[in-house]
Structure formats: C-alpha cells, structure tokens
Design a protein around this ligand. Structure first.
Ligand code: ADP
Length: 182
C-alpha cells in the first residue's frame, strides 16, 4: 500500500510518522488527524492496537481493513500511508520497528492531555530519539469519540455525522448483529 515519497527519494529527508490508536472504529476525528499528519511527514504508519484491554467491538483485522479502505482517499494530496497491526509492544519500540522518528497523537480535551502528558514523559525516558507531536482536534470533530459513537449506534442513533459512509455502514451492521445475539 505504500507508494513513492513526495520528493521521489531525492536529497530531502524521508520523514516517517506513527499514528497509534485503538480506532474502534476510526472516526472523522481520527481521519482529520491523519490528513494533517501527512502535511508533517512523508509516510504515516497507522498502528492499529489490538485493544484487548478495551474489549473492542471490531477485531483488529477489521479495524486495519477499515483504514486500508480509506487510505487511497487520504493520500490523494500526497504522502503515503501504511496500516499495521500493533500488538503487545511498547509504542516506542513499535515506532523504532517501523522507522518512525515521530509519534502523532490527537488532543481533544484536558482529559486527553493529562493522560498523554504522562505517556510522553515515560516515552522520553525510554526513547529520547523519538518525538511525540500533538495535533489539536479540529473544532468540528472535538466531541467525537469512538466510544460515544458506538453508544449512539447501539441506541439506534444516526452515526453518519461522525464516520465515513463505509465505517458507518459496518458499525450499523455490527450493532444489529449484536442486538440479534442479545
Ligand atoms: P487510544 O486507545 O490510543 O486512545 P483512540 O483510537 O481512542 O486510541 O485514539 C487514537 C488517537 O486519536 C489519540 O491520540 C486520540 O486522542 C486521538 N483522537 C481520538 N478522537 C479524536 C478526535 N475526535 N479528534 C482528534 N483526535 C482524536
């Protein structure tokens, strides 16, 4: 899925970033972060966490497939994306494995900040060569959280303002399956 770099492999440094997350499912907020991260790096690895501790609604293979489905559209303005499952390894180890010098995270609220601040502090000690860059959530997507979108879907609400049409369709299907089984 990766393609040629913007500078065609010339003298400029090829910057690789890692955007890790659970993405259960990816929302328009996550998509916005990817689009903006692609202005900062040439190649972005989307690291999809297994999220076993979070009891995800979608398997990580499904979440990887969702990102792969969106990749073409996301790289239309340049840059390349690679979607990789991200198992039980430390974020900084995974960043090193994929050659990323930058980890990208999104910030929505003070609650995100406190959590991320602690993680960054630890990561700086573990891997001082890897920087974490925070992108403030776009005001249009500030209130979108995968967890809340799932709750809206389970209660039969309209999730199309928060997701791409493809992901919205998969979420509605999954919720219907869950309700049938309950
Ligand atoms: P995690 O389980 O690592 O928190 P998430 O899938 O919830 O993973 O989010 C991945 C990253 O995307 C995190 O940095 C999170 O703060 C950010 N993020 C989540 N939702 C949004 C949003 N609506 N706008 C901007 N960033 C977001």
């Amino acid at each position: 899925m990766s393609a040629k770099s913007k500078d065609g492999g010339g003298a400029q440094k090829h910057r690789i970033g890692l955007y890790p997350g659970t993405f259960d499912p990816p929302t328009l907020g996550h998509i916005d972060i990817v689009k903006r991260a692609l202005k900062l790096v040439d190649h972005l690895v989307i690291g999809v966490g297994t999220g076993t501790d979070k009891n995800p609604l979608f398997s990580y293979e499904e979440r990887v497939a969702m990102w792969s489905h969106e990749s073409e559209e996301l790289t239309r303005d340049g840059g390349t994306i690679e979607v990789q499952p991200f198992g039980n390894s430390l974020q900084v180890d995974f960043a090193r494995k994929v050659g990323a010098g930058v980890v990208v995270r999104g910030l929505r609220a003070m609650t995100d900040f406190e959590y991320e601040f602690q993680i960054v502090g630890m990561n700086q000690r573990l891997a001082p060569d890897i920087e974490t860059v925070f992108l403030m959530a776009d005001p249009r997507y500030l209130s979108i959280a995968s967890k809340l979108v799932k709750e809206v879907a389970m209660l039969g609400g309209n999730v199309t303002p928060f997701l791409t049409p493809h992901v919205a369709e998969l979420l509605v299907q999954r919720c219907a399956e869950k309700k049938r089984k309950a």
